[in-house]
Ligand binder design. Structure first.
Ligand SMILES: [Cu+2]
Length: 181
């Protein structure tokens, strides 16, 4: 049954109005969403990242590199990666990974959301070169981790003499380095 001509224009106007009404709603939605987007990360932001069990093992022979071990946890829901390491009192550092008895430099270490990664003897570790004489067993040295995106996180490393707990790993490591040199 055809719509009476008197009513048809009113229906058209109503449809136009409903379309127009959607436009401001969409605009509002867009405006409200904008502030939720992540702001520029500040250089020292620590979004759920933490470091524990930090240890710096001094070399048995002065002048050789030491090795740093720690556990890093990404408790956030965003994946990141560890891009660099600095240790106060070390002239230079490198991230290494030991696989099948031989170790190679690692550019970055992936940290998935919720992941915990251990740097430990026989696995991932940080080599610390050109160690200052001020680093002594029983003391502490600050390690600063730099993550992709520029976030930084610092934590203390407990300094141990070579041949302390886990001396096997330290010895293996030292022998490997001497072979490398
Ligand atoms: Cu190494």
């Amino acid at each position: 049954m055809p719509v009476p001509e008197r009513i048809a224009p009113a229906v058209k106007i109503a449809r136009s109005l409903s379309l127009l009404a959607l436009v401001p709603l969409l605009s509002i939605a867009a405006c409200q969403r904008a502030p939720e987007q992540p702001a520029d990360p500040s250089p020292d932001a620590k979004p759920g990242l933490s470091v524990s069990d930090g240890t710096l093992v001094l070399p048995a022979v002065k002048g050789n590199p030491g090795a740093a071990y720690f556990t890093v946890t990404n408790a956030s829901d965003v994946a990141t990666s560890l891009a660099g390491v600095h240790i106060d009192g070390a002239g230079n550092t490198e991230m290494h990974e030991t696989i099948g008895g031989s170790m190679s430099p690692v550019e970055s270490v992936q940290l998935d959301a919720g992941a915990t990664v251990k740097f430990e003897r026989g696995g991932k570790h940080v080599m610390a070169f050109e160690l200052a004489d001020t680093l002594e067993p029983g003391g502490t040295a600050e390690i600063t981790l730099t993550f992709s995106g520029g976030d930084k996180l610092s934590a203390p490393l407990t300094i141990e003499a070579a041949g302390g707990s886990g001396s096997m790993g330290s010895m293996d490591h030292g022998e490997h380095m001497e072979a490398a040199h």
